[in-house]
Design a protein around this ligand. Sequence first.
Ligand code: SF4
Length: 184
Amino acid sequence: MYEKLEEVNEIVKKCTKCGLCKTRTNTVFGTGNENAEIMFIGEGPGADEDREGEPFVGKAGKLMDQAFLGLGIDRSKVYIANIVKCRPPSNRTPLKEEAMACLDYLRNQVMIIKPKVIVLLGNTALKNILGDEYGITASRGKWIEKKGIKYLPTFHPAALLRDESKKIYFWEDLKLVKQEIEKE
Ligand code: SF4
């Protein structure tokens, strides 16, 4: 385990631990405040993210920004990362072995950032972090505490782009997150 995000990022940039290294343009490590109280974990980079090397820069990212703005969550105070750091071809769901190969980097990021809450965006994040017994429809909007970390699962912003009716739930879930970090 490394003590600085930059050290982990340097390892990720050269990583060949899974097959996704063959098709990536850039690794997408994560972005945001090293001392963030809220950490968002998504699935993996899409085409825009792969090109720019930054997570959530495409349409899904814009939707997140709108929600942050609407709810008064300062983006500079959050950290955003993904389960896998390299883009799965055609934006397919990362395979279990790809997620497992990559998870140590994410664990190291969490260890360094020590967020107060972690928001799990969609099924891939939820299942790979908390276990296959969880499903996003049943778990969203409910706090789950494990090993002293509070998790809140919610829909992935890409799911909101496919189904607008889910936006209200995403919004409600982010309100819970805001309330949580404003406690004390
Ligand atoms: Fe390495 Fe993760 Fe990229 Fe796979 S997805 S090559 S484990 S950085």
